[in-house]
Design a protein around this ligand. Sequence first.
Ligand code: ADP
Length: 917
Amino acid sequence: MTSADKLFARLLKRPTLPAIEASAPLLAQPLGLHLQLDNDGHVLQMAGPLRHSLAQQPPHDQPLPLQRYVLAHSTLTIEGQPGDWQGQSLDLDFLGLADQTLHLRGWVQPWAGGWLLQLMDIGDLLLERHQAHSREECQAVAGQISEHLRACSLSRLPVIVSEQLQTIAQRWHMPCVALALLDEQEEGWQIHRQFSAHDAPQLWQNNQRLGTVLDSLNGSAPQRLAISHGLDEHLRVQDLFGNAEGFAVPYSDDHGVAAWLLCGFYPVHEHAPDLSDRDWLLLVSALAGPLLGRLREQHHHLQLERLESLQVLLGTGWWEAFGASDEILLAPSLAATLHLDSARLTLDDWLLQIHPADREEMRSRLHALQQHDEPLTLCVRLHRCDTEHHPLWYRLQGQAIGTGDSRRLVGFMLDISDIKNQQQHTAAAHARLDNLIASSPAVIYVQRYVEGALHPTFFSASLQPLLGWSLENCDAAALIERVHPEDRDRYFERTRHLLREGSVRARYRLRDSHGDYHWLLDEAKLLRDDLGLPVEAVGLWLDVTEATLAAEQVKQSEERYRMLVEDSPAMICRYHPDLTLSFGNRPLAMYLECEPEQLPGMNLGNWMSDEQREAFLQRLSLLTPEHPVSTAEINLQLPGREHAWWVWSDRGVFDDQGRLLEIQAVGRDNTDVRRSQQQLTQSAKMATLGEMATGLAHEINQPLNVMRMAIVNVLKRLSSGEVQIDYLTDKLNRIDAQVQRAARVVDHMRVFGRRSEIEQHPFNPVDAIEGTLALLAEGMRGKGVELRVSETGFTVQVRGYVDQLEQVLINLMVNARDALLSKQASDREFKPWISVYAERDAQSVRLWVEDNGGGIDPRLLERIFEPFFTTKPVGVGTGLGLSVSYGIVENMGGRLSVSNSVEGARFCIELPVIQDD
Ligand code: ADP
């Protein structure tokens, strides 16, 4: 064994060799440090190269105890005296220069009456041991960290990461530590988790974004960041570490640098001098490796989840078939929607799911894909009896990928039932609409909007039969060319209005293929897109040629009619059932003394008496749709004129329900005719009176005779003085009766001679018979004519003039008397009589005048009512009696007729009875 072997055996604390060579020369070429000690442990001499490294050098004057050279903790090792230390190895730390510590190991042995302490430098050895220890510890921590991270649940992962950071920080005395990860989506760095000691400033936040600042660090080894002023990018890194000393350890995987462990306020050489770069890299990879794995797993999991839910939501799923086998694999969600027990099935089973109508096509298309790589796109129905009416539609797509053994067919099935069913509904609606358009009598058209102009793009089939041209020979220019030249301005305005207002209604003429023009009613609407910009105009043309021409004709005929009405000398007007005028022409206005424009609103009733108005309304009430016309002579009190007679024709206008809407009337003034008629009647009456003068004289003579006789008798009695009161009273009463009788005759003559009243009044025709008899009875009897008058036994009212009816009766009786007297002249035995009687029914009353004068020659019956027809000698007959009588009766709404009875003529006056209601 060499001395060096022994030395190392000692140093390594192997059992030492007890023998020390006493003869070894002190201080000759010593290794390490040799110290000569006295028995009290004072250093007498020093030798060896290490002596120059000691802070304390031996003084010259007085030796110092060994304790003064070593650090405090080493003094314990050397308590007592050198003899006590013998046989053991001594580890002593000396205070070196520049405050360094010198780790030395040695032993004492007796030497030259004292002791020799031989020491070797074991600093390197210790350092290695420390480092090995630290590495072991680091590996243990790393092992724990990665185990924690792998074992925990995903939800606890962030907490666990924080805990691990805390462990690291506490173990290696880091004030702030954080793990930054590369966010692949954002392409930037982010603090994943951070930990800072409670008394340290917080440099970072969880999830804080760092951008690309860490990219500038060299990712191949841990980086120490001393405070320095360098490039911009490094300044930014410096900022990240709060401008203090920092330490950053990278983690790389197959994607490159994926994580950094950042340690803030951390002079790493001070706090972890023993950890090598490799240790740091190991530690970080123990943290970041499993964490990134877990995070990718989580990411993957989320992706899968999303995919799964997307497939379910869309009703879609993938399918896959392997080249050679006929086995199909379906996405689980798809298998579930198809109600399949297993996601793996044979091609035939898969095809069984498809509706027979689509099955063979799918088989063939799959075959084409398999054999010829033809991409597959197909819509198929599912074969399910529960969905017969609403089939489930799937879109099937597929392609081949890979080659050789790894060749697969991959595709998806997408539920498109909604779209497909909607499509079918739309198609059905379209078909219905097309049908409707095609069968419409109107032409439906579409015009596309192009830069402010409208171009025809569609016409319904009805265009051809209507106008004889089609879309092919009709562009925008051709269309305008077909518009009637006079209507083109109208057409352009229609287009402008349509674009401006969004809809239009216009009427213009279009030329058909034969060159004829059609009046078209055009109704169009502008359709706009979502932005409100015009897209197209949709409209229809309705052929209104006939209606337009008819309207034109109506207008023209109305114009002619208007002129006719305006220029007519007759009065023409329209009025409402309440007699309010809605129109009247100039002649009417002239009679009413106003302007035609003032007529509407005036009431015709204003010019009638209450009775006239009542009669007028009564007459209107009888108008019906079947008998809408009624003519009458009406009597009015016009302004400034006594009376006017109008012959007035009314025509009622009725609505669908037969209600009277208005009355159109035409009238002519009949006043003059009426006046002459009245005069004629009057003169006829006077003539009758004159003719009756003899009879009347007799009428008056008779009472005068009776009175004279009475007076003579009374005077006789008076002169004889035998006058009794009773006798006198009797005579005076008789005289009085005769006076009254004469007065009655005279009175009646006065009444009869008067002009007839203007208005007709209701009266009892029996009164007329009585009045006639009052005038004629005495005269008749005087001539030997018997009057047979029957009691009527009823009262009835007719409308007219009592005096005129009386005149008629007088005429008839006088004519009868004449006929009787002329017959009596030839036959003395003849007993003449005149019979007067009346009878009535619901509508009318008939007055009969009959005689036994032999009647009228049947050949003359027709003519006796003619004016001036008479059989009497000149100067006797006027021939007016019956003619006037006829007019009078007719004027009262009645009829005068004649017939021959067995013995003579029989005249009948028939008059309408006034109904009670
Ligand atoms: P006039 O009495 O002046 O001749 P009328 O018109 O009264 O005129 O009569 C016309 C004619 O009718 C008479 O001339 C007469 O011939 C005939 N006539 C009228 N009434 C009778 C009668 N009751 N019997 C026979 N003839 C009559």
